[in-house]
Design a protein around this ligand. Structure first.
Ligand SMILES: C[S@@+](CC[C@H](N)C(=O)[O-])C[C@H]1O[C@@H](n2cnc3c(N)ncnc32)[C@H](O)[C@@H]1O
Length: 248
């Protein structure tokens, strides 16, 4: 594959998670970010572990179809690896992520990857949605929305989550994370995230969920969301939640 000209946060995360689906330009950006912030691998391992627990929790509630927005690189403990019996449609706006994902998942019956703009759920190809999420119109689905909220302003995020709420069947679940103000103490690292990056205080998170109802676990630092054992000792850079569109 031709080397992209610029780095992507998704491929930098793949580097920090020990994957092999990134380019020298991503490694250089990841190293520069660590110089400005500090070690990132433990933080992103903890975030990926949250994805695993949240997705397993959603599957345990009887959900067997997942739509993933801003999916990035679909490996290293991603959705179809956590719940191999489920159907999963990964989507992203980045053509390189889509290409990597499609190559990686080629030939799988129940797992696919296509273009999808999270702010416009209608942008997900109807044919792919029908193929990988045949029950979309009347059965609960799991919507995975991780690593995305930080790139959407409050109005866009609230509107997007509300449109998703409207689009999914009752009983559907949303796995989501929010960036805290952790990077405020690291101005050089913050500058590297670009002008669209939004940090938020934890007290603002619940309001952004709108009609989605967080489970009793609340909206908490990802390491403390239903930890399997002692939570990882990492900075509280991300808060996460699973939220429900109640049935009936
Ligand atoms: C920080 S990465 C997170 C990747 C992955 N979710 C993870 O946690 O490893 C953010 C991803 O969101 C994608 N993205 C940004 N804006 C988007 C949008 N409006 N709709 C869909 N994807 C978007 C980027 O291309 C990138 O792959």
């Amino acid at each position: 594959m031709t080397e992209p000209t610029g780095p992507s946060t998704a491929r930098m995360i793949d580097f920090w998670l020990g994957g092999s689906d990134h380019f020298p330009v991503d490694v250089a950006a990841a190293r520069a970010f660590e110089q400005a912030y500090g070690p990132c691998a433990p933080v992103f391992r903890s975030l990926r572990a949250f994805l695993g627990r949240a997705v397993r929790h959603i599957a345990d509630a009887g959900v067997d179809g997942f739509l993933v927005f801003g999916a990035g690189v679909p490996t290293r403990g991603n959705v179809h690896e956590v719940v191999p019996d489920a159907s999963v449609l990964y989507t992203d706006v980045d053509p390189v992520a889509v290409r990597i994902g499609q190559e990686m998942l080629a030939g799988r019956e129940r797992v696919g990857y296509g273009f999808g703009d999270a702010t416009d759920p209608g942008s997900v190809d109807a044919g792919l949605r029908k193929r990988f999420l045949p029950g979309w119109d009347d059965r609960p689905v799991g919507v995975v929305f991780l690593g995305l909220a930080a790139f959407l302003d409050d109005d866009t995020l609230a509107r997007t989550l509300d449109e998703l709420y409207e689009a999914v069947a009752p009983g559907s679940r949303l796995a989501i994370d929010f960036d805290t103000e952790e990077l405020a103490g690291y101005p050089q690292a913050l500058a590297m995230m670009g002008p669209a990056f939004r940090m938020r205080p934890p007290e603002s998170f619940a309001g952004l969920l709108g009609r989605w109802q967080p489970t009793g676990d609340g909206i908490v630092p990802v390491a403390r969301w239903r930890p399997d054992g002692t939570p990882e000792q990492v900075p509280d850079a991300f808060y996460g939640a699973v939220a429900v569109k109640p049935a009936g």
